[in-house]
Design a binder for this molecule. Sequence first.
Ligand code: NAD
Length: 281
Amino acid sequence: MANIIDGKALAEQIRNSIKQKVAKLKKKPGLAVVMVGEHPASKVYVNFKAKACEEVGFHSEEHKLPEDATEARVLQVIDQLNRDTNIHGILVQLPLPKHINEKNIQAAVSPSKDVDGFHPYNEGRLLIGDPTFIPCTPKGIIKLINSTGMQILGKNVAIVGKSNIVGKPISILLLNMGATITVCHRETKDLGGMTRQADILIVAAGKPGLISAEMVKEHAIVIDVGVNRVNDKVVGDVDFETVKEKAGFITPVPGGVGPMTIACLLENTLEAYERMEERKS
Ligand code: NAD
C-alpha cells in the first residue's frame, strides 16, 4: 500500500516558517487579490487565501469587481496595485469572465509582483531554467515529490493535462530538473500506455476517476491535482482507493496539492517582498 503524502502537514510547516520570518519584519508583506464576478469556487479560494495571509501576518486585500466590469476597469485596478508600495504580490483570480482577455490582464501585472508566475516575462524565465516566480501549484508539486526522497533526475514523468497554470509549467520545471517528460491531454491516444511508463505521474485534468490502478506503474509517485465536486464530496482525478494499493506514494484530495498551492503563494509573496526591500536598501 502507498505512503500517503500529507500535503496539509507539509503546507503547515511552510506556513509556520513564513510566520516566524514575518514576525521579525518591520513592515508586513502585502498580497492583493483581484476577483471579477461571483464564481462560487473562486470565492472559496479567495477566502482561503485571505485566511492564510492573516495567519502568517501578511497584509491582504480583496478587490472585487462586478461580473460586467470592463477590461479597462480591471487594468486600472491592477495599475493602482502595481504602484502601491504596501502591496508586494498581486493575484488575479481565474477564471475571468469571457469578455476579458486573460493574457492582457496577466501581462499588466508588474513582473516583480507577479506571485502567480503568469506574466509572459516570468513564464519565459521559467522556460529557460532561471525562474523568478514559480507558479504556485507546480511549485507545491515539486515540494511534494521532494518530500518522498525520490530523486527527480533521470525519472520518467507523465503529466496529464496541458494547461498554462499546471500542466505546462510543471512539465518545464521537471524537464529542467533532468526528468524525461510525457505530456498527455484530451487528444492523447492510449493514455494508459503513457501513464504506465511513469515513475512519477501528475494528473491535472479535472476528470474524476480518470486514472485507475491499471494505468499506474507499480511503486510510482502519483500526484493528484484534480479538484472535482461529486455528490457534495471533493475528489481528485485519480481513483484513490484502488491506486493507493499499487502506487509507492500518493497525494489525497483534499489534503494534498491544494494546501501546498496556498503555502507556495505565501512563499512567493514573501520572496517578492524580500526582493523589493533589498532593492530599496
Ligand atoms: P484545464 O481545466 O485548463 O484543462 C484540463 C486539461 O486536462 C487539458 O489540457 C485537457 O486536454 C486535459 N484533459 C481533460 N480531459 C482529459 C482526458 N480525458 N484525458 C487526458 N487529458 C484530459 O486544467 P487546469 O486548470 O490545470 O485544472 C485541472 C484540474 O486541476 C482541475 O480539476 C482544477 O480544479 C485542478 N486544479 C487544482 C489546483 C490545486 O491547487 N489543487 C490548482 C489548479 C488546478
